[in-house]
Ligand binder design. Structure first.
Ligand code: GDP
Ligand code: MG
Length: 291
């Protein structure tokens, strides 16, 4: 018998959704940083065995929409629920409720099995873990509860087993060697965005969109050109830094990570351009691939 299905990972920003998905599929597909709202698009990660295939969907965190980009991100979350066989609802030890509480009602209305993952238990003691389990069991009596640490790989195998228990009998949805539905270009742009998120303060990272303009695999090396779009002229100066030092640091760090991912030598060219107020302009959002 072959099992296959879709699993949506849901929860507030920063609880560890992307970390879990990367841990499960064993590669860095989804970018991770300590800043909230790192994941903007829905990213599929696929794991396959002889008799199963699990398609994970890493979503942006649940937020209250403030501008058009947020709205597009929330639509992404809602879409990912429609075809889900299992929902992984992730919380961390801060036991905050969902930023947008209407989501719990939406989840309930879909009647999809829920597994509540209490993440980051490496940060707390057993007593605190127990009280979190009590808290969430009371809130959601029907859901299965699993305390985990995505970062230290604690109980992650158990999560996989419980998912497989629930998944329906089905042929695989993707070829068995599929890792993600995203293109090589997308992965490169996400890695560059991750390095920007790690290095710049305040609103800069959120004002940035990265587009890989060309990706040429020349056998021993891959030659990549990417454009970093910012919203204003003033941000361009900050992105570049004095004598281009800041942007060069981004380039060096990104090149290393991209090299590790593709296991090939990488030439990476970065260019900074202004796309005025792109986060508020629907046409521009569309161009960048948000619906
Ligand atoms: P997302 O916004 O829900 O996708 O969260 P991320 O996966 O980007 O993680 C947010 C931050 O939490 C990162 O700094 C992670 O390293 C950290 N993190 C994720 N899982 C764990 C965990 O199990 N334990 C600890 N201590 N930190 C974690
Ligand atoms: Mg994420």
């Amino acid at each position: 018998m072959h099992k296959a299905g879709f699993v949506t990972i849901l929860g507030n920003p920063n609880v560890g959704k992307s970390t879990l998905m990367n841990e499960l599929i064993g590669d860095r597909v989804s970018i991770i940083t300590s800043k909230a709202q790192t994941t903007r698009h829905r990213i599929l990660g696929v794991i396959s065995g002889v008799d199963y295939q699990i398609v994970f969907s890493d979503t942006p965190g649940v937020i209250n929409p403030h501008h058009n980009l947020h709205q597009a991100m929330m639509n992404t979350v809602k879409n990912s629920l429609e075809d889900a066989d299992v929902i992984l609802y992730m919380v961390d030890c801060n036991n905050d409720d969902l930023k947008d509480v209407t989501f719990l009602e939406i989840i309930d209305s879909f009647k999809i099995p829920i597994i509540i993952l209490i993440n980051k238990i490496d940060l707390i003691n057993q007593e605190e873990v127990n009280s979190l389990i009590d808290y969430w069991a009371q809130k959601n009596p029907t859901a299965l509860l699993i305390p985990i640490s995505a970062l230290t790989n604690f109980n992650i195998e158990r999560v996989k087993e419980e998912i497989l228990n629930i998944l329906p009998e089905s042929p695989p949805y993707f070829p068995k060697d599929t890792l993600t539905d995203k293109s090589e270009r997308f992965i490169v742009s996400e890695i560059i965005r991750e390095k920007i998120l790690e290095r710049y303060k305040q609103e800069i990272p959120y004002s940035v969109e990265v587009v890989v303009e060309s990706f040429k695999d020349k056998g021993k090396v891959i030659v990549i050109d990417a454009i970093i779009y910012v919203e204003r002229e003033s941000q361009k100066g900050i992105m570049l830094g004095k004598k281009g030092i800041a942007i060069n640091a981004v380039g060096t760090a990104a090149r290393k990570t991209v090299q590790n991912f593709f296991k090939k030598k990488i030439f990476l060219g970065l260019f900074v351009k202004v796309a005025k107020d792109w986060r508020s302009r629907k046409s521009q959002l569309k161009k960048f691939g948000y619906n």
